[in-house]
Design a protein around this ligand. Structure first.
Ligand code: NAD
Ligand code: ZN
Length: 346
C-alpha cells in the first residue's frame, strides 16, 4: 500500500503503533542522513529503539560487499525476525535495503520511504529488490514487497536537479507505455522543477502500481516497464564498468530514444509519433556521449539482459503513444541502426 504522508507523519506513526516490531533499523546514505533523516526523526513517534545504518551514496555501493556489511551489522545488533528495516532514500537504498531485509533470516519486514523522484514513482514500488554484480545491473535480487510505502514529496526539495531529471525519465516512460494523457501533461512542463513534477507523481505511481498488480512476477504486462531499459541498462552498465557511472534516468532517456527509433524501424509506430517522442525527450536530456562504446560492447551486454530467452534479445517496444509490446525480437541490423541513429543526434 502507498500512502502520501501528512506533514505530521501520522500515518507512519499509526503503522508503527499497530504493528509489533522488536526494533527499527533505518537505512540511509550520507545524503538522506543529512537531508531526510532529521525530518523523519523529528516526526516519528515510537517507543521502539532504533539504529541508523548508513552507507555511502551512489550506485557503486549497490553490491554484495555492502549487503554483506549490512547483514553483519544486523547480526551484531541482534536484529530478530520481528525487526523492521526502514529504507529512507533513493532507489539504491530501497533496492539494497529491500534485498538485505528480504534475505536476512529468510526475510524480515521492511518499509520504503523514497526520497528521490525516481524512487517515489518507480523503484520503491513493485517489490523488486537487488544488487549489481560485476558491472551488470540488478543481477542478484529478490521479489519482496515492502509492508508499506510512505511518500513525502517535500523530501524532493533538497534533491539535486540532475536527480530530479533522472526520475522524470521514468515518469515519461509511464506515460509512453500506458497513458497518453499522462505523457501529454508531462511534456507541457517547460521548467523542470519540484513544483512542476509533484502534481504528476500520483499518476505515475498509479501506473506502476497497476501494472505490477496485474503481473507481479513479470510474466507479461510488467515487461512493458522495461521500455527504454534494454539499451539503457547496457549503456548504464558500460559507464559503470568505466568507473564513471551515469544516472539511471539519463541512461533510460537515451535508451528510450534508441528504442523509439527501433520501434519505428520495426513499423510498430509511425515516423511522426517517433519524431514527436524523440524531440520531446531531447528537450529535457542532454546528449549522452557513447562514442567510447563499440557495437560489440553494447551487443555483448544486450545479450546478457535478464529479460532474454533462448539467447534472443527481448525488447519492450512502443506500439503506439500510450501502448507497449513485450518479448519483441528485432533484427540485429535494426538494433545497430538505432544506436547509429543515436550517435548521429550529437
Ligand atoms: P540514488 O538512490 O542513488 O539517489 C540519487 C542521489 O540522490 C544519491 O546521491 C542520494 O544520496 C541522493 N538523495 C536521495 N534523496 C535525496 C534528497 N531528498 N535530497 C538530497 N539528496 C538525496 O538513485 P535513484 O535515482 O533514486 O535510484 C536509482 C536506482 O534505483 C538504480 O540502482 C536503479 O537500478 C534502481 N531502480 C530500481 C527499480 C526497482 O523496481 N526496484 C526501478 C527503477 C530503478
Ligand atoms: Zn528504471
Amino acid at each position: 500500500m502507498i500512502t502520501i504522508l501528512n506533514d505530521d507523519f501520522s500515518q507512519l506513526n499509526n503503522f508503527l503503533h499497530e504493528k509489533t516490531f522488536s526494533k527499527i533499523f533505518i537505512l540511509v546514505d550520507e545524503n538522506t542522513h543529512e537531508y531526510c533523516l532529521p525530518v523523519l526523526l523529528g516526526n516519528m513517534e515510537t517507543d521502539l529503539g532504533f539504529e541508523i545504518l548508513e552507507i555511502e551514496a551512489g550506485e557503486e555501493m549497490k553490491n554484495i560487499q555492502t549487503a554483506n556489511q549490512l547483514w553483519e551489522i544486523l547480526t551484531e545488533m541482534q536484529a530478530d525476525r520481528k525487526a523492521l528495516v526502514i529504507n529512507l532514500g533513493g532507489g539504491v537504498i530501497t533496492d539494497m535495503g529491500g534485498f538485505v531485509a528480504s534475505t536476512y533470516k529468510r526475510g524480515i519486514q521492511f518499509i520504503n520511504i523514497p526520497t528521490t523522484l525516481l524512487s517515489m514513482c518507480d523503484a520503491s514500488i513493485g517489490g523488486k529488490t537487488g544488487i549489481d554484480l560485476m558491472h551488470y545491473k540488478n543481477m542478484v535480487g529478490t521479489f519482496a514487497f515492502p509492508e508499506q510505502i510512505f511518500i513525502y514529496p517535500k523530501f524532493l526539495e533538497t534533491l539535486p536537479f540532475k536527480e530530479l531529471r533522472s526520475g522524470f525519465a521514468e515518469m515519461l516512460k509511464h506515460g509512453l507505455i500506458a497513458d497518453k494523457a499522462h505523457w501529454e501533461s508531462l511534456i507541457q512542463i517547460h521548467k523542470l522543477d519540484v513544483e512542476a513534477v509533484v502534481p504528476h507523481i500520483q499518476t505515475s505511481m498509479d501506473i506502476k502500481q497497476d501494472v505490477v498488480e496485474k503481473d507481479f512476477h513479470e510474466k507479461n504486462i510488467r515487461k512493458t516497464l522495461n521500455f527504454g531499459h534494454t539499451i539503457g541498462h547496457s549503456i548504464e552498465s558500460l559507464y559503470l564498468s568505466q568507473g564513471n557511472p551515469i544516472l539511471h534516468g539519463e541512461a533510460v532517456a537515451m535508451g528510450m530514444i534508441c528504442e523509439v527509433h527501433l520501434a519505428c524501424l520495426e513499423n510498430l509506430i509511425t515516423e511522426e509519433d517517433a519524431i514527436t517522442i524523440i524531440e520531446n525527450i531531447q528537450r529535457y536530456y542532454p546528449y549522452l556521449d557513447i562514442s567510447d562504446f563499440t557495437d560489440e560492447n553494447i551487443t555483448a551486454l544486450l545479450l546478457n539482459d535478464k529479460k532474454n530467452t533462448d539467447s534472443k534479445i527481448n525488447f519492450s517496444l512502443l506500439s503506439g503513444l500510450g501502448s507497449c509490446t513485450y518479448d519483441y525480437q528485432c533484427s540485429q541490423k535494426n538494433i545497430l541502426k538505432s544506436l547509429d541513429f543515436y550517435r548521429r543526434l550529437n
